[in-house]
Design a binder for this molecule. Sequence first.
Ligand code: ADP
Length: 449
Amino acid sequence: MFNKILIANRGEIALRIIRTCKEMGIKTVAIYSKADMESLHVRFADEAVCIGPAASSESYLNIPRIMAAVEITNADAVHPGYGFLAENASFAEICKQSGVKFIGPTADMINRMGDKVTAKETMIKAGVPVVPGSDGLLKDIKQGIKIANQIGYPVILKATAGGGGKGMRIVNQDSEFEHAWDSAKKEAKASFSNDGIYVEKYVEEPRHIEFQIVGDQFGNVCHLSERDCSIQRRHQKLVEESPSPFMTDELREKMGEAAIKAGKSINYEGVGTVEFLVDKYRNFYFMEMNTRIQVEHPVTEEVIDHDLIKEQIKVAAGHPISGKNYIPKLHAMECRINAEDVFNDFRPSPGKITSFHSPKGHGVRVDTHVYAGYTVPPYYDSMIGKLICKAQTREECIKKMQRALDEFIIEGIKTTVPFHQALMKDENFRQGNFNTGFMNTFDFKKLID
Ligand code: ADP
């Protein structure tokens, strides 16, 4: 087992990883930017190294500085968390070259899945259903329009390097194509320095259902069941739950098998997520694979009662997995608590938290790095925590979530708590009657007291 893990991340996930390391008797090193000096991950790690100023490019994305911190602290493994360098193949390779274990897949596996076009090609070869679309990247608008007509509108333009809902545009007819193309390309270039675009059929009224998988160094891959992440705003997840209210035993069997096939096709090592779109007839299509721990991993942890970070570290250290698939026994749901003003188009709301009380009680979990007196910096992601509830049934889980949200006090900044309170009251949501387009028509302000 590792002696010391450096956590190349910040916020709640850095703290989350430190917790498991402590329980496993592994020492931890936090890295932090000057904007994060007061962060809890800095306080709770055994050692902490300031690696630069606030800008991510100068700190959490700066590989030479992170490698210097690895060297001076003598860490023997690096945990990348999610975001930042978690899916950066060259970072994984540099760690390997430096004799430090990157807790995650190899550079080659990241390359084969990180690029969405390559991932789709791999899945087609493995016999996993994919959304119909272009064979690889589009050369120009003319070719794009031709393919759009072949597969039929509506279509979606997607950045091959895409992530976080960026670089995607829905196109309904030829006349909209050029504008969508230009703006998707521009956004992709700015966000990922890669403006490669492909097109696929826009699946109407789909659910976003993803499977958690885990693979070891011996070729075993199993799945830990699904999460439904259909409640999204601008392609970004707001609420996740397991099991999916849309799931049947038969569909889980088929999708689970496809997810395992996806993992096996690249000899996947580590925890990963295979994302699918599921249409109203329960046809499912591979969308992409995330080769890292996800924000929403606690939902799975709660329904199968396993620590996924621990699994991840054990697999990285060369332990075999049991190879058994897990089916949820309980219901769990996660609400993302963001520092955003929901009454103002979800605009980021950084600043000082003047008072903070987190909900507690049976079946309630809060993963957060913030506290009263903490200042949410404006430089990073606006997520400040996750509220996860579990119960015997979905109905009870929603009731518990309502109770927990009512107990949540965060003053000084605006948060997404009022939005979640409204969502929990919505009849369609309560009935499990929703798809990824839910937010287009959901008037949450009406449901706020
Ligand atoms: P990202 O990596 O940016 O998160 P994804 O490929 O995971 O991008 O897609 C994010 C979301 O965009 C999906 O959950 C879904 O809501 C929507 N989406 C992506 N592709 C399609 C498609 N072909 N049809 C319908 N919706 C799609």
